[in-house]
Design a protein around this ligand. Structure first.
Ligand code: HEM
Length: 470
């Protein structure tokens, strides 16, 4: 999967004989609304089983197409990406993210993406390794042996702290972090609610929910503008967070970003950067709780590679099994479980006709669990990720970070952060699931555990002590 910024040339013209895609009939007026709203994931699975890699359906007046074959996904994201734009649900995010790189399109997006890409280059992200490990250590510093916790809530606070420091230089012990934490939590919860509603009023309509939502955005925005102002006043080079790097970024004409654009990008990186990684980590601890033998193997690697010292970015390559655990966890529980595009012209995907204005959804949840690509697909088996599997998988049979020109800009950041946090926490604690059957998958903006993940935390030191002979 390339992270290079380029837009791909259109290769084929819509074929006049392309067939209409098969799909569920649904209700005469509402289409598949009932099945879809109940839980999208089983609905996607059923479409895939019954109709194959491409299925068309209707939600009221809206026409949609689900694409679950790797070759079709590649067409949507890469070879025919110019036939699509980001889809209508993303417009919900506009009041928060404005013209940021996640929601914008066309030349504006391309300029921003080019400006921002170097900021996310591997060597620069490696510089944050110490921050990732320190935040994980700080998190477990709050834990005590035997305590019951919700590891999803813990991972959310941890990744939010990482985002506040790496993006804005905001310390988690300061007042600004309290404001950021409260506002971000309210915004994320509000979006989770909005995504479930069949219809929502635009945010400018003065309902009490909308007023609260706008107040949260303003609170976050004030911190962001304040930090931008302080940074513009100080000599460059005093600090080196992502915002400093965005402030210094210049395009070929020597132009930088306006304060408004910086605000949009910071809000975007905040939202896109912490929630997804928190879910990836929370699901990983859930899977480790279900599969203690994987936890044992992971610990062997951590003991061998790290011993008693903290994990650093330099360890990343050597933490082979740790990375496989994360990879396998994002196969089964991809934080981005499906996302959409809207066709801007008539086109063709995997031989089926896509009329202009349709929403096309590609789903990691379905493809990552497809038995044609993965043996025993529902089994959590990090060892499956051998170089042989990697080289034999079709492109887009695994795509937790999307692909093509709009591939996740933060993938290196996320991979390093999640590996170092996992290594730090698992090296010191076992997380035993307190009530595994209460854990429920919730396809919200991202793939969340609906009621959190309750665990009892067991310190490794106390275990070792209790096993030592008297
Ligand atoms: C496990 C963690 C993460 C996952 C699974 C994930 C997944 C994704 C996916 C699937 C997309 C493509 C969406 C689309 O094409 O419509 C995306 C885009 C994006 N992600 Fe991530 N992401 C993660 C972490 C991060 C982090 C840590 C950051 C920033 C620090 C980030 C920033 C972004 C941005 C800005 C985009 C939009 C890129 C563009 O459209 O040019 N993500 N992410």
């Amino acid at each position: 999967m390339s992270t290079a910024v380029s837009t791909t040339r259109e290769e084929t013209r819509p074929d006049a004989v392309a067939r209409p895609a098969p799909g569920p009939q649904g209700h005469w007026l509402f289409g598949s609304v009932g099945d879809f709203r109940g839980n999208q994931l089983p609905f996607y699975e059923r479409c895939h089983e019954e109709f194959g890699g491409v299925a068309a359906f209707r939600l009221g007046h809206r026409r949609l197409m689900l694409v679950t074959c790797p070759e079709g996904i590649e067409e949507v994201l890469v070879t025919k990406n110019r036939h699509f734009r980001k889809h209508y649900m993303l417009r919900l995010l506009k009041p928060l993210l404005g013209q940021g790189v996640l929601t914008s399109g066309g030349d504006h997006w391309l300029r921003q993406r080019r400006l921002m890409q170097p900021v996310f280059a591997k060597p620069r992200i490696a510089g944050y390794g110490e921050v990732f490990t320190r935040h994980a250590e700080r998190e477990i510093g709050r834990w005590s042996d035997g305590e019951r916790r919700d590891v999803h809530a813990d991972m959310q606070r941890l990744t939010m702290g990482v985002a506040a420091e790496t993006l804005l230089g905001v310390d988690v012990d300061g007042e600004a972090f309290e404001i950021v934490h409260r506002a971000q939590t309210e915004i994320t919860e509000d979006f989770a609610w909005r995504f479930q509603q069949p219809l929502t009023l635009p945010v400018w309509v003065p309902t009490s929910r909308n007023r609260r939502f706008r107040a949260s955005i303003r609170a976050l925005e004030e911190v962001v503008y304040d930090v931008i102002r302080q940074k513009r006043e100080r000599p460059a080079g005093e600090t080196d967070d992502l915002l400093d790097r965005l402030l210094a970024a210049r395009d070929d004409d020597g132009r930088g970003m306006s304060d408004r654009q910086l605000r949009d990008e910071v809000m975007t990186l905040f939202l896109a950067g912490h929630e997804t990684t928190a879910n990836a980590l929370a699901w990983t601890f859930y899977l480790l709780g279900r599969h203690p033998h994987v936890g044992g193997k992971l610990r062997e690697e951590l003991d061998r590679v790290l011993g008693d010292r903290p994990a650093t970015a330099a360890d990343f390559e050597q933490l082979v099994y740790t990375r496989r655990v994360m990879k396998e966890s994002m196969r089964l529980y991809p934080p981005a479980y499906a996302f959409g595009r809207e066709s801007v012209r008539e086109t063709e995907i995997a031989g089926f006709r896509v009329p202009k204005g349709w929403t096309v959804i590609v789903s990691q949840w379905v493809v990552h669990r497809d038995g044609r690509y993965y043996d025993r697909p529902l089994e959590f088996d990090p060892d499956r990720w051998t170089p042989e599997l990697e080289s034999s998988l079709p492109s887009y049979a695994y795509f937790p970070f999307g692909g093509g020109p709009r591939v996740c800009i933060g993938n290196t950041f996320a991979e390093l952060e999640s590996a170092l946090v996992l290594a730090t926490i698992h090296g010191r604690y076992d997380l035993e699931l307190s009530d595994p059957d209460s854990v429920d998958v919730w396809p919200s903006i991202t793939l969340r555990p609906r009621n959190g993940i309750p665990v009892a935390v067991r310190s490794r030191e106390s275990r070792v002590e209790s096993q030592e002979p008297e």
